[in-house]
Write a protein that binds this ligand. Structure first.
Ligand SMILES: [Zn+2]
Length: 161
């Protein structure tokens, strides 16, 4: 396992739709393990493959709750509902935080590292993190959804994804 370098905006890889994963092999497992180490090292709650320079539909989320680390390969959103507005940050935009409105509930389908398809539902902050990471795989950055940027004194406890 290894800590990878985070791609900081602006970078072409951050603004393009990533390619689907076709091989659920050791290389994929290594990428996921490295993404986990990198997310922890940089104190994030999620990380998408383009953020470490990889053109692949792979993302992880871990908000340190009972769900543990959610590994999403080729994820797709199949249902959303409700609305939430809260501060959001991104490891590819160090020090930048803004309020983003997203659905409060999300249901996704994705594959795990062994290629098994699963369905996952999330609400609140976890739903926010899941949607932030899936957006990355389509080249959509949170800055395109920010309604208001936050000042330093408003930033207590905001985590990056
Ligand atoms: Zn991000």
């Amino acid at each position: 396992m290894a800590i990878r370098k985070i791609v900081i905006h602006p970078a072409e890889i951050l603004e393009k739709a990533c390619k689907a994963v076709v091989s659920f092999d050791k290389k994929l497992a290594r990428i996921l393990d490295d993404m986990y180490d990198t997310m922890i090292e940089f104190d994030g709650v999620g990380l998408a493959a383009p953020q470490i320079g990889l053109d692949a539909r792979i993302a992880i989320v871990d908000i340190e709750d009972e769900h543990g680390t959610i590994e999403m390969i080729n994820p797709r959103v199949i249902e959303t509902s409700g609305e939430q507005t809260d501060p959001e940050g991104c490891l590819s935009f160090p020090g930048l935080y803004g309020e983003v409105t997203r659905p409060n509930y999300v249901k996704i389908r994705a594959f795990d590292r062994k290629g098994r398809e699963y369905t996952f539902e999330a609400e609140g902050f976890l739903a926010r993190a899941v949607q932030h990471e899936i957006d990355h795989l389509d080249g959509i950055l949170f800055t395109t959804k920010v309604s208001r940027y936050l000042e330093d004194e408003e930033l207590k406890g905001v985590e990056s994804e």
